[in-house]
Design a protein around this ligand. Structure first.
Ligand SMILES: [Zn+2]
Length: 248
């Protein structure tokens, strides 16, 4: 069930039997010459909805923005400050806990968000520990990156090896193409595999990584591979979420 397509009585009935909710979180940022700017939001959103449909969990609206300052040298990127994302995540988690959700699972599509999401969880726990949250429920929160399961890891290595890279990866572009076949772009990469290196500010990033990719060859991305990655990710996340839900 998708929260945005549900009515409040449906959510109230859901809460009688389940306190689990999935929230996809991503970013709006450049993904190289053939990658979609919405890639980091599209991937977790598609996977979360797949898990929700398969297992009957509630899936909330996608947080489409993240920590993307280093991509601001490329048009289309929209970046939040860490303090903005922290406040946003904290308010959403607090709202969910207010309604009684106690297993809040953020499925993340952007590595740059990890530290800030964890900091937001720490804020939520701190307020509750100090008796100031105002919520009767103390929610357990989990952050999971869609690509970190064993099935996705094995499949990605098999499909792309080291050419998957670390930004505008072949695997994430493939998954976004599976979700949006109407947006597939045929672009030749030069060089085939992009350079690697560290990330600092936006000017430095564009100088090091002129077409936006890091270490990847996303021209290898296909809809067919994206479908396999999607199914692997749905299975990985469904297992991980079940362990999180059932844990003592
Ligand atoms: Zn990405």
């Amino acid at each position: 069930m998708q929260l945005q397509l549900a009515s409040w009585p449906e959510v109230e009935r859901y809460l009688e039997t389940s306190k689990v909710v999935l929230i996809p979180i991503g970013s709006t940022e450049q993904h190289g010459p053939n990658g979609l700017i919405g890639t980091d939001a599209i991937c977790p959103e598609t996977i979360a909805r797949g898990v929700g449909d398969e297992k009957g969990w509630l899936v909330g609206p996608t947080i489409n923005f993240g920590i993307a300052q280093h991509h601001l040298g490329f048009p289309g990127t929209l970046a939040l400050r860490p303090t903005t994302l922290l406040a946003l995540v904290r308010d959403i988690v607090d709202s969910l806990a207010h309604h009684g959700f106690d297993r809040i699972y953020l499925l993340n599509g952007h590595g740059g968000n990890i530290a800030t999401i964890q900091a937001a969880f720490a804020e939520v726990y701190t307020e509750h520990s100090l008796g100031r949250s105002g919520n009767s429920v103390s929610p357990r929160c989990r952050l999971r990156n869609w690509w970190s399961g064993t099935r996705v890891g094995e499949l990605t290595r098999k499909l792309y090896g080291s050419a998957d890279g670390s930004h505008a990866t072949a695997s994430e572009v493939a998954l976004s193409y599976y979700a949006h076949p109407e947006a597939v772009k045929e672009v030749e990469m030069s060089p085939r595999v992009a350079p690697g290196g560290p990330i600092f500010d936006a000017v430095d990033y564009r100088r090091r990584f002129p077409d936006g990719r890091i270490g990847s060859d996303p021209s290898l991305a296909t809809i067919e591979a994206g479908e396999k990655l999607y199914q692997a990710a749905v299975d990985d996340v469904a297992d991980d979420l079940e362990r999180f839900r059932a844990a003592e």
